[in-house]
Design a protein around this ligand. Structure first.
Ligand code: SF4
Length: 355
């Protein structure tokens, strides 16, 4: 047995002893594995579990997901963030129906061709469901490999991606690719963690280059620092009798196709008087002759996304008659706002200030 084979065998042995019992590990159904992988892309296992159960209960197979409306799929995704994942799941389910007759594809290239499926997800589905020899390379795998072999090539560089992919495939146990992939990812999640890895109980203690060199804390290396930008959202909760108005976000921006209150995005959080004079506010209220009340409903909230920090506040605008312009919004009873798929930020606003 060469060194790489022995490392893979050790990882698998460790996995069999310490793995967490998770529902998507008890199945070789590619549909369920796919759903779990997409949920887990940006979500911790604990949070993802509930969503997984609910999602699979409502959409037990690719046909039911393909036949659902996008609004409903987004509603089931509400709170998980990164909503393009849900939109792509829905689109890919329809691709499976139209291009593969409703049977989930079993070839790597076909799986990779589905919307929202990248190399990592395709390798995970193909190895877990069909035992095909494709190595997964996710954040956990980058970390384990960088430390174990002492590699300081930046993992977000082209060279790094190539190098790590090659090594991951060399290390792969081709007889048991699914088990091997699960093992190395679980090892990264539980043993070789980003902060304070459990080196004293690590079965690869003697082989680990980073441990010998004292470079654990600086591996893996990343080059690009993510730039974040600040945005300022001034929401308008317009109250007319027991009704209010929502709009669906469009365009290539955060929370696409989710609902929210009419919004004035500005370069800062605005004062009441500034809202009152704002051209968008004037458009919304054009033709309303009397009785417009405006007041601040919420203290500013800060909502952090990967590349953006969103500062938001909400004004309540009470009107006694409707304007023409309000026809362009989705009018709903206030008590039914909860039926709409909204962002986590909107959810907090509604829960804390509208009920
Ligand atoms: S010895 Fe520590 S750093 Fe090295 S693989 Fe094991 S847990 Fe990770």
């Amino acid at each position: 047995m060469n060194e790489l084979n022995s490392i893979s065998a050790t990882l698998i042995q460790w996995y069999e002893q310490y793995k967490r019992d998770l529902p998507w590990r008890d199945t070789d159904d590619p549909y369920k594995i796919w759903i779990s992988e997409i949920i887990l892309q940006q979500t911790r296992v604990n949070q993802g579990l509930d969503y997984y159960y609910r999602f699979i209960e409502r959409f037990p197979d690719v046909q039911s997901l393909a036949a659902a409306s996008e609004d409903e799929v987004l509603k089931y995704w509400q709170g998980l963030g990164y909503y393009s994942r849900a939109r792509n799941l829905h689109k890919a389910a329809q691709q499976v129906v139209s291009r593969f007759g409703g049977k989930f594809p079993d070839q790597y290239a076909d799986v990779l061709s589905l919307s929202g499926v990248g190399e990592y997800t395709a390798a995970a589905i193909c190895s877990f469901a069909y035992n095909l020899p494709f190595a997964v390379v996710d954040g956990n795998v980058f970390r384990v490999l960088a430390r174990l072999f002492g590699i300081d090539t930046p993992i977000d560089s082209l060279q790094g991606k190539k190098e790590f992919k090659l090594l991951a495939n060399e290390l792969l146990d081709e007889q048991h690719p699914g088990q091997h992939n699960q093992a190395i990812m679980e090892f990264g999640a539980l043993q070789c963690t980003p902060v304070s890895p459990a080196c004293e109980s690590c079965p690869l203690f003697t082989q680990c280059v980073a441990l010998a060199n004292g470079s654990i804390a600086v591996l893996p290396v990343k080059t690009q620092k993510i730039k974040t930008r600040a945005r300022y959202f001034n929401y308008l909760f317009i109250k007319y009798t027991d009704k209010t108005y929502l709009q669906k976000r469009t365009g290539n921006d955060v929370w696409k196709n989710l609902y929210e209150f009419p919004l004035i995005e500005a370069d800062r959080l605005l004062e009441e008087s500034e809202i009152f004079q704002h051209s968008y506010f004037n458009k919304i209220t054009a033709g309303i002759s009397s009785g417009i009340n405006i007041s601040l409903l919420s203290a500013p909230l800060k909502h952090v996304l990967t590349h953006q920090q969103i500062y938001a506040q909400c004004f309540i605008i009470e009107i006694k008659e409707e304007s023409e312009f309000l026809r362009f919004f989705e009018k709903t009873a206030i008590e039914h706002i909860g039926d709409y798929a909204v962002s986590r930020l909107m959810e907090i606003l509604i829960q804390n200030h509208i009920g």
